[in-house]
Ligand binder design. Structure first.
Ligand code: DGJ
Length: 735
């Protein structure tokens, strides 16, 4: 059988086979009408006989199931895997779509009305999405469904990449009637799997504790994660997996689903009474309602799906490549980023031009390339109680203006970067005096503050325009080559003075549309500016953000041990290329833990490297190490960022963290070993490496010892692990 990729359509049986190199996503149109989810998993080269395998009508249970009788055979929706499950037809699993029509009813019946297959991948209206660089790279299938009674049209849109095991999906809804339709639930992705022998894996957290791994066996009923905070949040990430109970880093079925969205989401799995599973993701339907007027279209965010038959490792590699190459975009996508120093933990709000210049001078001497001025440079911002929105220079701290400092930094041969928190407004600010109605709020209700600030109402065009123009002015006023875009609070009282009563439940989503527009415009206007996202650390670390930001501050917790957990958890779904990671002062400001400067350096190198302290406070010996770190990082960054990352030991599973990075040509492997809890009772442990050339000999750069690739992988490196916080970085070079 010919091995194909792209989208095959079996016209005789109405079956679509969306093929990537190793996976198939199969949709069948039952009876020429009902879109059924037939298969997602290992590749099927042919869909021959597929429908016969799903023919279900025998068994006493069917007597007790609601059946649609209008098809060639009675059809029990609850029993069959569905492509766009709706409410009201006897499918009692969690639906992917729910709406209310002009007659007050909430029942939908969307039946096949045609399809289109074409090369390439379209951009989405209002929403960021993955892309292709040429139309040959992928094929897209649009399936058109129509609800005759209500006049609603649904377009299910799938893209199969030809050289990556990735399927993307989104849906759009078009009101073809002359009456209002209220959308209540509009999931982006939904797959029905035939059994419940999976674990639900998700990434929970908090401030300073982002993306911790939680893995629990599926139970009957609904298990889900979500956000109602207006951002994807620290607390639960939109990335979820279903993994076979025995799936490890190297073996077993794993399904990944992630959403290209940064606002309120939900994602989960529903196990029904027949132990079948529905995995889903989309905008959180809680407090969501969209008024779809006649002629209007609603576009859902996009969902990115990966299936791996070789465990979490392969799934992560597929996501990493995809995010680096088809989510991230712009000038910096393939470039190594400058090594930066950020003054936040060095000075907090207490700085002036000379203090920042002194930090920059020392940093320049050791090879740091970019000086980032963090919070506190604007308005009257001497603490976190004031001035957000007043994006003009704080003349007390910078009496000679921004340009004077930028020039001093540039004269040192360094680039200059600046912090903003553009989506916020302090109640004590010029902006709030002028526009008290520009924040999210509900008239007559107290405005709940977070870090003494309110959230600007980005569902309003005038507010978005204000942000674009104000930032543009600052960014054009000096040689600014990097911005850190922060966002430090969850939303409350999500309401808008601009929108009428019936549109209030759209505000959270309209905010995201506004935010994406602002980010897109600024990225277009200032393509030379490297953009790092931040949200009180890593509180908006999602695929929506990576369509605009080149990198994202992973966490405010800069402790090297805590970071091993945070960066390991994050690595399941996101590449090191996008994880901002810095060496900070000792004892650590968040945990008071004392760690060696090299432990901090090696952990930070497995991300986008930088410093978050005043290097003037370090000893000569430490400064020497910093110099070496920078040299090493410049040399090895391509391996850390463009190579394959292997989680050899996870801190979530034992007493140590071992990350291995292998260059694509297998010529160099970096192995980072960190002991979190010593094991004097088991002083040597075996670390089986991965991804090496088994037939090659690798030489350890530090000791000169050489090992074969096969021994390193199949027998394993023997390493000491009887010292608390011991660390090691091995550089293995192919001979
Ligand atoms: C939160 C960020 O995560 C920090 O890095 C820092 O920029 C502060 N905000 C500044 O207020």
């Amino acid at each position: 059988m010919a091995k194909t990729t792209g989208i095959q359509f079996d016209k005789e049986h109405n079956v679509f086979n969306l093929q990537t190199p190793g996976t198939s996503y199969v949709i069948g149109i039952y009876d020429g009408k009902i879109p059924m989810h037939v298969h997602y998993g290992k590749k099927l080269n042919s869909t021959y006989g597929i429908f016969d395998m799903l023919d279900r009508k025998e068994g006493q249970l069917f007597d007790y199931m609601p059946m649609s009788m209008e098809y060639s055979k009675p059809f029990a929706h609850n029993e069959h895997p569905q492509e766009l499950p709706v409410y009201g037809d006897g499918d009692y699993r969690t639906p992917a779509f729910h709406a209310q029509y002009a007659d007050g009813s909430t029942i939908t019946k969307l039946l096949y009305a045609g399809h289109k297959i074409y090369d390439g991948k379209p951009a989405l209206q209002d929403m960021p999405s993955a892309y292709v660089e040429s139309d040959e790279e992928a094929q897209t299938l649009e399936i058109y469904l129509e609800d005759e009674l209500s006049g609603l049209q649904a377009v299910l849109c799938y893209t199969a990449y030809r050289d990556r095991d990735v399927i993307t999906r989104s849906n759009r809804y078009i009101n073809k009637s002359d009456k209002l339709i209220k959308l209540l639930r509009v999931d982006s992705g939904c797959i029905d799997l035939p059994h419940m022998n999976f674990d639900f894996v998700h990434f929970y957290g908090n401030w300073a504790k982002e993306r911790m791994v939680e893995r629990t066996p599926l139970f009957r009923g609904l298990q889900s994660v979500d956000s109602t905070r207006g951002a994807s949040s620290h607390f639960q990430n939109p990335f979820i997996c279903l993994a076979a109970h025995d799936a490890t880093e190297e073996v077993g079925d794993v399904y990944g689903m992630n959403l290209v969205y940064s606002g309120n989401f939900h994602a989960g799995a529903f196990v029904d009474s027949m132990e079948k599973v529905r995995m889903f993701t989309g905008i959180n339907p809680f407090d969501f309602q969209w008024m779809l007027n006649p002629g209007e279209t609603f576009q859902t965010p996009e969902c990115v799906m990966v299936y791996s038959d070789e465990g979490f490792g392969k799934m992560s590699h597929i996501y990493h490549e995809f995010i680096k190459e088809r989510i991230c975009r712009g000038r910096f996508r393939d470039q190594e980023r400058p090594i930066l120093i950020n003054n936040w933990e060095a000075t907090y709000f207490d700085f002036d031009e000379d203090k920042i210049a002194a930090i920059a001078e020392k940093a320049a001497q050791v090879g740091v390339e970019l000086m980032v001025l963090d919070d506190g440079w604007f308005g009257k911002r001497n603490n976190d109680r004031t001035s957000l929105g007043d994006w003009f220079v704080n003349e007390e701290k910078l009496p000679k203006g921004l340009n004077s400092l930028v020039k001093r930094v540039n004269d040192l041969g360094m680039k200059f970067g600046l912090w903003f928190e553009p989506e916020m407004i302090s109640t004590v600010s010029e902006l709030y005096k002028a526009h008290p109605d520009w924040c999210l709020h509900v008239e007559g209700r107290v405005r709940t503050e977070g870090r003494y600030q309110l959230v600007l109402d980005l569902s309003r065009e005038d507010v978005c325009e204000y942000i674009i123009e104000t930032l543009s002015k600052v960014l054009s006023s000096a040689n600014i080559e990097y911005i850190k875009w922060d966002m430090n609070r969850s939303m409350t009282e999500i309401g808008s003075a601009f929108w009428s009563a019936e549109h209030q439940r759209e505000v959270a989503h309209r905010y995201m549309i506004g935010l994406y527009k602002v980010l897109g415009t600024l990225k277009e206007r200032f393509p030379h500016i490297l953009m790092e996202g931040c949200a009180g650390g890593g509180g908006r670390f999602d695929l929506g953000m990576f369509c605009y930001f080149d990198q994202f501050w992973t966490s405010d917790d800069t402790d090297a041990v805590e970071r091993q957990f945070i960066q390991t958890g994050t690595s399941y779904g996101y590449p090191t290329m996008v994880m901002g990671s810095h060496v900070s002062a000792c004892p650590n400001h968040q945990t008071s833990r004392i760690t060696d400067i090299n432990t901090r350096g090696y952990v930070a190198m497995a991300g986008q490297f930088g410093y978050e302290l005043d290097l003037n406070t370090l000893s000569e010996e430490e400064i020497e190490k910093v110099r070496e770190q920078i040299k090493l990082c410049k040399e090895l960054a391509p391996v850390f960022h463009k190579g394959d990352m292997h989680r050899i030991k996870s801190p979530f599973d034992g007493n140590m963290t071992v990350w291995e990075f292998v260059s694509k040509d297998q010529k160099i492997a970096i192995v980072e070993i960190f002991i979190i809890k010593c094991a004097p009772w088991n002083p040597y442990q075996s670390l089986k490496l991965r991804g090496l050339d088994p037939d090659a000999v690798y030489v350890d750069r530090n000791t000169g010892k050489s090992y074969t690739g096969e021994a390193l992988m199949y027998m394993g490196l023997q390493r000491r692990c009887d010292r608390d916080f011991g660390y090691e970085m091995l550089i293995l070079e192919k001979q």
